[in-house]
Design a protein around this ligand. Structure first.
Ligand code: F0G
Length: 437
């Protein structure tokens, strides 16, 4: 019943028995993916098994990733789990109105144990690292991968090495890596520079790489698509919109949807569209300049530090997903990101800046007619709002943009008010707001 996957290079289709330490094909340098010869139960049985497991008390069933284990590589040893997945699907009426669509939802992957979607991939990849007896795991990160990796390594009794760009990782994320005991190195470079340093280290030391070039990460992350479909009672949305950084997540979600279609779990595909920040837009450029046939790395800059990436590893996989699902790409400005983030906050859940590119991008896609007002849209919110409170405070205090720079921002700003410690002072403010009636 459990799947027996095969590693396969996405470039030259080489299918080795074991991956190299850098998870790159020794023949052509491309990435691997896991492919399956399905021997799983039929779609109705699968849906029933997965639903039934939600009532189970076993940790493997309570994980919103391992619950879907028929579509995952199987472990000989036990899984490292923190009860990941199981994230909510929220309706977004206010944001729907702002964007001009009637049926808007957020799949909030920031509600994972360490506050980002990375946990769904990390439970799988970290478990395989332990199964292969690695003592050390490592990643380069803009913050969330490192927080997640450090947590799963700690949980699984492994040491973790984190390489992050100095000064460009939010405190929330950095503090998590420290709390979970990671050996944390802040390098004077950007994310892409951290990746280069890590590649050198991998040649010299037996370290297990936990960046999203690791295909086991992708397998875990694809389960968000399955869980989403379960939450929508297997009714496929018209659009799924994802932020794009290193492009592992869009690849993973696309793989999840394509596999569900192959297995007869769904009968259509959503259009998966990828949104990048204007200053970190190598995929958008690639699609617009040459239809995604090649990608030129750029020096990336954006306040949405999670997606400050100029040389995304999984770009070819992401292009395949765009082509297979007929999705598109869009880019959004810093101000558009900040406004969209504040709008998402008004729904009562919020997210981190990188996640807000989805709403900002949706607004543009509606204006262009790519998304129609009656179509259903799911935004993948990738990180929790408490990941980067500094950004949120700066926005609400008016330190990011003035209303003159970006009209409309002051309507959303909600700055703290400093007052004397008296009921009268507070009462005056309440009256200004129209009283309590
Ligand atoms: N959103 C958030 C909150 C992220 O942390 C990331 C990536 C992305 C979106 C983009 O996802 O890379 O799969 O396209 N963060 C990585 C990290 C790079 O190191 O935490 P992607």
């Amino acid at each position: 019943m459990s799947a027996a996957p095969q590693l396969r290079c996405i470039g030259c289709s080489t299918a080795p028995a074991k991956a190299t330490r850098d998870f790159r094909c020794p023949s052509c340098g491309d990435l691997f993916e896991l492919t399956y010869s399905w021997a799983s139960p039929g779609p109705i049985d699968l849906k029933n098994i997965w639903r039934f497991r939600r009532t189970s008390l076993a940790p493997i069933d309570q994980s919103g990733v391992w619950r879907f284990r028929e579509l995952l590589p199987s472990l000989k040893t036990s899984e490292i789990t923190l009860g990941e997945g199981n994230t909510p699907l929220y309706e977004m009426p206010a944001c729907g109105r702002a964007a001009g669509v009637k049926h808007l939802y957020a799949k909030h992957q920031g509600m994972n144990p360490t506050g980002s979607f990375k946990d769904t991939g990390m439970t799988v990849a970290a478990s395989f690292a332990r199964e292969e007896n690695f003592r050390w795991v490592a990643c380069a990160s803009t913050g969330n991968t490192s927080a997640s990796m450090a947590a799963y390594a700690a949980r699984g009794g492994m040491r973790s090495l984190v390489l992050i760009p100095e000064g460009k990782v939010s405190w929330g994320k950095l503090s998590q890596a420290l709390d979970f005991g990671a050996l944390t190195c802040q390098l004077q470079t950007d994310f892409d520079g951290c990746i280069r340093v890590l590649a050198e280290l991998l040649k010299r030391w037996p370290i297990y790489l936990l960046n999203s070039v690791n295909p086991y990460r992708i397998e875990g992350q694809k389960t968000a698509a399955i869980e989403l479909m379960e939450q929508l009672d297997w009714q496929v949305p018209d659009h799924v919109i994802v932020p794009g950084g290193n492009l592992g997540n869009s690849s993973a979600l696309g793989k999840g949807f394509l596999e569900m279609q192959q297995l007869g779990l769904i009968s259509a595909l959503p259009k998966i569209s990828i949104i990048q920040a204007e200053g970190a837009n190598p995929l958008v450029r690639s699609i617009r300049e040459n239809g995604g046939n090649s990608l030129t790395p750029i020096a990336a800059e954006t306040m949405a530090t999670a997606i400050r990436i100029g040389n995304p590893a999984s770009w070819k996989k992401a292009v395949q997903v765009l082509r297979a699902t007929k999705g598109t790409v869009e880019q959004v400005s810093e101000a558009e990101i900040a406004i969209a983030k504040a709008e998402i906050g008004t729904e009562g859940f919020g997210c981190e800046p990188a996640s807000a590119v989805t709403l900002a991008g949706l607004k543009k896609l509606v204006r262009q007619g790519f998304v129609e007002k009656d179509e259903s849209v799911v935004l993948i919110l990738t990180g929790h709002s408490l990941k980067d409170p500094d950004f949120t405070l700066r926005f609400h205090r008016g330190d990011l943009f003035s209303d003159a720079q970006f009209p409309g921002s002051s309507n959303l700003q909600c700055s703290p008010i400093q007052l004397d410690a008296s009921a009268e002072a507070v009462a005056r403010i309440l009256e200004k707001e129209g009283g309590l009636s």
